[in-house]
Design a protein around this ligand. Sequence first.
Ligand code: GDP
Ligand code: MN
Length: 381
Amino acid sequence: MDLFEYQGKQYFARFDIPVSAGGVAHTVDEAVAVAEKAGYPVVVKAQVQVGGRGKAGGIKLANNADEVRTHAGNIIGMDIKGHLVKRVWVENASDIAEEYYASFTLDRAAKKHLLMLSAEGGVEIEEVAAKNPDAILLQHIDPTVGLDAAAAKAAAVKARIPEKAQQGVADILVKLYRCFTEGDCDLAEINPLILKPTGEVHALDAKVSLDGNADYRHPEWEEFAKTVELDAREQLAREKGLQYIGLDGTVGIIANGAGLAMSTLDVVNQVGGTAANFLDIGGGANADLMAGALEVINSDQKVKAIFINIFGGITRGEEVANGIVEAMKRVDLRAPIVIRLDGTNAEQGREILAGAGIPESKLTSKPTMLEAAQAAVALAK
Ligand code: GDP
Ligand code: MN
């Protein structure tokens, strides 16, 4: 789950990482109220989950209430790289002497945590990596050892952080690492990490991605989950309790089991098609689930064919078939279905489908996954 900057800063604050005082605002009036409380000058920042907000005009300095009105008025409702700005974060403006970069991620291949630290912050780190890769320190951290104060200080020195900022950077690294590990993040990034003229080091931005697998031990994440922005298809799928991920292709996919769903995506690709989604309907394939799945796929205008790939284990073929027949009565599908039904009671299931009086142009059955994929891809072209 990706957090907005303001949520990331709230998360940082729990781990004692210094951030500016501020508040979130959905309207111009709210923005002024927050600014009055924070004290001028303030920075008005668009809250969208995309970088380069500053360049896009989504970050503005305001010296008084009138300026907050103007900037908040312009920024709320703005489109930044396809993201609609619904709220701004207004915070006490900081004086900046220097801008650095710090982040922790997981290096899966190395089975270690990865610290990235650079004295060249403020710009996108990909840009630094392309132009001046030597300016970024990449350092693995053994998760069984962790990162102590001495190691953090050594990293700051190695990354050529100026001496006056080394201690402050090291302190924040230790806290950010705690946030990353105890806070169950996939990513914890500060860009820019600033040095103030007064010598303090401070997080001016926050990019945090939380590991959804750990949500059971973080009841406090519920508040963040409320603001997650799903696309319309994903929203509908969630309401129906489906494991659905929207993709860009033209073949809608329904499979039972995550492994089979992934294999189905691969096979569709292998025969030259593109998948419109990942959808695992799980063990049960009753009419309600099937209708829900078909409805979500049907709402995707790009879908030109639907590939239902079911291998019956506990799920029985006749149940699946009855579910499909019933679902097709409820949902008026725009695209034809190709089904491959195998496993427990598959024969019975195929008989039910064949006897349901559904025209061939709406539903065809194929004996293998490969043939079904080929037929679906051909229909989608
Ligand atoms: P991003 O461009 O979306 O990553 O947004 P950031 O929060 O990183 O802000 C972009 C840039 O705006 C920073 O690198 C700063 O140069 C500038 N900026 C943001 N907040 C402040 C502030 O409080 N004071 C000053 N002087 N500049 C700021
Ligand atoms: Mn930034």
